[in-house]
Design a binder for this molecule. Structure first.
Ligand SMILES: [Zn+2]
Length: 483
């Protein structure tokens, strides 16, 4: 491995991932183990993710608000399953202002409880419903096996929390937000996620049912990339979230919650990255086009700089995020490698010959070598470049889809499952019992990813048995290794 390169994926996938995150300048380690410093380039990528999601949340009627970081310990304890699920991960503040606190404060691991408390005050009548609120925040979950972006003790996310008059409305909301997540993942992040229901073992602590978007990353492992939970009346009961219906009768609300985190950054790195570094989908790339001016003699510099300025202005006017790399004392070859590592979708080279011929050279990050290079007329780049960016976006999605589809297999026996999960996901009729899933996890390291919605529409429970334990299967489930 050279100083500039990354460990090949085939050699050590974990090291490859860490190399890319660090060499592409996305993040750095923090003094406290498990925490992470998100560097500007990584944060700009997160901002693009945030913008793509926030736009969709607002289009579906949600508003942003902000709730406190500290939650009274007694709140967390109000929902039995919730406290049981989160207890091992809690960070607890016992002292403040130099004194021991009367009641310890939990640093929020998620905000169902503190938001439930607020909703109980705000909601009086059916006219107050639905409540559709999202929060952008940081949360803390004590993490024993940290990994940059994928598992960090503190991470950034959004958490939507909604309250409804009927179970059906809350269920519809749960599925609507799952669709919003999938739409974002596929169309903005170019990640062909599988939408499905989480098993009883994997569902959110306190939920009636949890849904997920699952990505298959470059080593065929799964990455849970967003979840949407139907909470039924569990939190409404714990926090007295009630309303008077049209008949003046007091009723409990039905609530939902849903979240996507900075984990999505790791998903993008792992889904699209290659042995040269990061590859970013143009819709989320902080820099879509990098222009590298090339000149040797001072008299060439004036003409080249002038053309570079014209091209940059035209692209900016066309809405393209463009950066000119005019660092001095660094060779063009070094710059090319540097921007390839950072995954910029298009590189543009402009030298004296290009100025003379009225053209520019464009190289695609997703197509290595000569095949990805073409010469384009300098006139009309304001249309040609956005078109080319769209083609790169489509190419990344179709590559990721082809890779995923090649590693999804049906298994009709447990032995087949064992074989398949060494390099992909196995689809089996599954019983959805804790013991069976634990056994599969212990023996194969694969966990239940989800019961995919598309493949379970016509499922009739009763006729087919789980090949692992022989109990009746409740649906088709994917199993795979996961982060
Ligand atoms: Zn089973």
């Amino acid at each position: 491995m050279s100083d500039k390169g990354v460990t090949p994926r085939s050699e050590d996938y974990s090291r490859w991932y860490t190399d890319v995150v660090r060499k592409a300048d996305l993040a750095d380690y923090a003094p406290v183990r498990g925490c992470m410093i998100i560097k500007p380039y990584g944060y700009e990528l997160w901002e693009a993710i945030r913008n793509g999601l926030d736009r969709r949340f607002k289009a579906t009627g949600h508003r942003n608000a902000y709730f406190p970081l500290f939650i009274p310990m007694s709140f967390i304890e109000k929902e039995a399953e919730h406290v049981e699920g989160f207890a091992p991960e809690l960070a607890v503040v016992t002292h403040g202002g130099g004194k021991e606190l009367e009641e310890p404060l939990v640093v929020r691991p998620t905000s169902e409880t503190v938001i439930g408390h607020a909703y109980a005050q705000w909601i009086k009548s059916y006219r107050d419903l639905p409540v559709l609120i999202n929060q952008w925040a940081n949360v803390v979950r004590w993490e024993m096996r940290p990994r940059l972006f994928l598992r960090t003790m503190e991470f950034l996310w959004q958490e939507g929390h909604t309250a409804h008059a009927t179970a059906q409305e809350a269920k519809d909301e749960t599925m609507r937000m799952l669709d919003v997540y999938a739409d974002f993942a596929v169309n903005d992040a170019a990640i062909p996620v599988v939408k499905g229901r989480k098993s009883a073992r994997e569902k959110f602590a306190g939920a009636e049912s949890s849904y997920t978007i699952e990505a298959m990353v470059g080593n065929t492992w799964a990455l849970q990339s967003g979840t949407s939970h139907y909470l039924g009346q569990n939190f409404a009961k714990a926090f007295n979230i009630q309303f008077l219906d049209e008949g003046n009768e007091l009723k409990l609300c039905y609530t939902t919650s849903w979240g996507v985190s900075t984990r999505m950054v790791g998903g993008i790195v792992m889904t699209h990255g290659d042995d040269t570094g990061l590859r970013l989908p143009p819709r989320l790339a902080p820099i879509q086009v990098v222009i590298v001016p090339i000149w040797r003699k001072p008299e060439e510099q004036t003409a080249v700089s002038e053309r570079v300025g014209q091209v940059r202005d035209a692209l900016v006017a066309a809405g393209v995020r463009v950066h000119v790399d005019d660092r001095e004392g660094i060779t063009p070859g070094f710059k090319f490698n540097d921007w390839e590592m950072r995954g910029v979708p298009l590189r543009m080279e402009i030298g004296p010959r290009d100025v003379a011929s009225g053209s520019v050279v464009v190289a695609r990050r997703d197509v290595p070598g000569r095949d990805g290079k073409e010469s384009l007329p300098a006139e009309g780049l304001d249309r040609a470049i956005p078109d080319l960016l769209e083609r790169v976006q489509e190419a990344l999605l179709s590559q990721a889809t082809a890779f995923r589809d090649a590693h999804l297999h049906e298994a009709s026996t447990y032995d087949e499952l064992k074989e398949i999960v060494t390099d992909g996901w196995a689809l089996i009729p599954h019983c959805d019992t804790l013991a069976c899933e634990e056994r599969i996890k212990d023996e194969t390291k694969a966990s239940s990813r989800c019961f995919p919605i598309d493949l379970n529409r016509d499922w009739k429970t009763g006729s087919v048995r789980c090949p692992v334990c022989g109990e009746p299967a409740v649906g088709l489930a994917y199993f795979g290794r996961a982060y």
